[in-house]
Design a protein around this ligand. Structure first.
Ligand code: FBP
Ligand code: MN
Length: 642
């Protein structure tokens, strides 16, 4: 070990006792059972449903309550207490409404605090005291620790009773209960993985981002929709056109205007000038959002204006990057403007609901001066939105294209494969890449583009768009995105998006083992954890594939997909005993949980069972601990043992 490094380490551990204490501490921690990992994906702006899954730890909170109180409580009492742990502020209000008499309220406080302390003590049994302390509400640490580590041998009954009495009479019960509830939520899940697609379709991706920013331990594997937002912020005009188009299509322009403060006025002016009503561009209305005819018309016009800008902007990129292999997608060039039809793959289709008022058939890629200006203003506004900057920086800091974690491979979309199951090759400039190397190249371009928002037409910025929609992208996983066809061609045949062979081949264990090997993971123990494609349980599709090597957890938080999946999302739990897949039923509302105790039923399926309880030392975190222990042992020898 390098003497200089050890000297530096000795500054922190400046006595033999300190070194020894730390070694003992770390060794002990490394023998504790591993913490619970929680995997979610495809949140698509559904903040309420996400909150619920997060707060109930995919059923873990209720499981712990059951373990403790099943003998003495009814199902109703269990549900009631669970609702308090999930939504303490709201539940407190309800309870206070029910218990108007002060004495019964105080009695309820007294019991509830005791129950919560019991629950915390149980939920933290696999953590060190120091870790638990960090999870406690700061202002009450001392009191809670007194109650937690109650010394049963000495008769301190009146001492503990006095603590309860004082908390209540000093008006601190509500605050303490809220704090304890959040501590419980935090303890049941040690680490959260978001396997992509926070943005688009649903109404509140920004609130999800804020929740993640405040989460104690999280990582993100970018989804194709997240990358689209990163691309817009990084200066890609075509990504920017896409995010606005999708927001218009799903009646979510509030996110752009009100949440991120981006001025849509110039775009609206342009839209009013060139576009009329058009059935193909009317927004899909959000359930609880009522719009006037006038507003619907405005959105319909904006939707057309931005879609046409998008189609134009795609052309020069496809032309300057021949290795993107997207010449099939030069759609505005393929349109026969006189006959109003298009020929694709040898077949001619009539076009309907067209809105080509700003297109010059001789030069369809050309933006009108006004369109150009609108895009410049939008980009300026996007890149100067303080809130968007905060959210995008967080996505970059905690995110990556894929992640190797505790032996598993986490990836939103796919590992591009050819028909035979080999890693699919892509040429970029004059080099060819595949497999892990290709993903690493994608990621380095994305990071470069983000670090250089002033460069807008460079390869890295174009590459971010490619990751959204290109045939070899590990996030898109399809051969083409038929947005144009879905707007303008009636024949559904033209709407088909062919999937990468990966989606067929991932049923095969050998293929999955090969992929794990490609990422230097142990195929006997690792799994691939995927989001992106809704599992159609309704049609008998199984989310657990390839003899358990492949787990697909997109069950559709997104309301738009619930009718095809038949459920409202999967999540995955990985604790020291193994992995469990949880299927969630449709989440109605927080109010429903609070008043009726209905909780999204969680059907668990065992994916894997550890033969022996897995310990911290066998995890990513454990690896770091063991390295630190080894350094400290070197220090001990070098400095203190003579
Ligand atoms: O119907 P919409 O919302 O326009 O979305 C359809 C598009 O979304 C995609 O499915 C990609 O989004 P997902 O990652 O959510 O699947 C494209 O393949 C498809 O063209
Ligand atoms: Mn996706």
């Amino acid at each position: 070990m390098d003497a200089q490094f050890l000297d530096l380490l000795a500054q922190k551990y400046d006595s033999e006792e300190k070194v020894v204490t730390e070694i003992i501490n770390l060794e002990a921690i490394s023998h504790l059972p591993k913490g619970t990992e929680h995997f979610v994906s495809d949140l698509h702006g559904e903040f309420q449903a996400f909150q619920h899954v997060l707060r109930n730890g995919s059923g873990t909170v209720k499981e712990k309550i059951r373990d403790l109180f099943r003998e003495t409580w009814t199902e109703n009492e269990i549900n009631d207490f669970a609702a308090l742990v999930y939504y303490p502020e709201e539940k407190l209000q309800l309870v206070k409404g029910d218990l108007s008499n002060k004495q019964s309220l105080n009695q309820w406080y007294r019991q509830t605090i005791e129950h919560l302390i019991k629950l915390i003590s149980y939920a933290s049994s696999k953590y060190t005291r120091s870790k638990l302390r960090k999870a406690l509400p700061e202002q009450f640490v001392y009191i809670i620790e007194e109650l937690l580590y109650k010394n049963e041998t000495i008769n301190k009954e009146s001492y503990y009773e006095e603590i309860y009495r004082q908390i209540i009479s000093l008006g601190q019960a509500d605050k303490l209960i809220v704090g304890l509830a959040y501590t419980t939520q935090r303890l049941v899940v040690d680490h959260l993985h978001v396997v992509g697609d926070i943005y688009d379709r649903g109404p509140d991706p920004d609130k999800i981002m804020d929740t993640l920013i405040h989460h104690h331990s999280v990582d993100i594997q970018w989804g194709n929709h997240d990358v689209l937002w990163i691309g817009a912020f990084a200066g890609s005009l075509v990504c920017l056109a896409n995010i606005i188009r999708i927001c218009a299509r799903y009646d979510n322009l509030d996110i752009i205007e009100d949440v991120y403060g981006i001025n849509l006025r110039p775009l609206l002016n342009l839209a009013e000038k060139y576009y009329e009503d058009n059935p193909a561009f009317r927004p899909k209305l959000q359930a609880d959002h009522t719009l006037s005819e006038q507003e619907i018309l405005q959105i319909t016009k904006i939707h057309q204006a931005i879609a046409m800008i998008q189609f134009k902007l795609e052309i020069p990129i496809i032309k300057r990057r021949p290795y993107f292999n997207m010449s099939d997608r030069l759609l505005l060039e393929k349109v026969d403007y006189d006959r109003n039809e298009i020929t694709l793959g040898g077949k001619t289709y009539p076009l309907e609901n067209t809105c080509f008022a700003t297109v010059n058939p001789q030069q369809p890629e050309q933006l009108l001066e006004e369109e150009q200006q609108v895009m410049e203003k939008l980009l300026f506004s996007v890149q100067h939105s303080e809130k968007l900057a905060r959210h995008m920086k967080f996505l970059m800091k905690k995110g990556s294209l894929y992640l190797k974690y505790n032996g598993n491979l986490l990836i939103h979309g796919c590992i591009p494969l050819d028909e035979e199951g080999n890693m699919e090759e892509m040429q970029i400039e004059d080099k060819t890449y595949s497999g892990r190397q290709l993903l690493d190249v994608f990621e380095s371009h994305l990071r470069y583009a983000f670090a250089h928002p002033e460069e807008t037409g460079d390869l890295s910025t174009d590459m971010v768009w490619y990751i959204w929609t290109g045939e070899c992208s590990s996030l898109f996983g399809k051969r083409e995105m038929t947005t144009f066809e879905r707007y303008f061609i009636k024949d559904k045949e033209a709407h088909k998006e062919r999937k990468n062979p990966y989606y067929r081949l991932r049923e095969n264990e050998e293929i999955c083992r090969n992929i794990l090997l490609e990422f230097d993971l142990d195929p006997d123990h690792g799994h691939i954890i995927n989001g992106h494609t809704p599992v159609k349980e309704i049609r008998g599709e199984d989310p657990i594939k390839a003899n358990g090597k492949m787990i697909v957890i997109d069950g559709g938080f997104s309301k738009a997909y619930q009718s095809t999946t038949g459920i409202a999302g999967y999540t995955l739990l990985y604790n020291s005993f193994g992995m469990q897949l949880v299927a969630h039923q449709k989440f109605n509302s927080k109010e429903d949980v609070l008043c009726n105790g209905t909780d999204v039923l969680s059907v668990k399926r065992l994916v894997d069972k550890e033969l022996e309880r897995k310990k911290v030392r066998e995890t990513n975190v454990g690896e770091k601990l063991l390295r630190k222990i080894s350094n400290l042992k070197d220090l001990l020898e070098y400095r203190y043992m003579h």
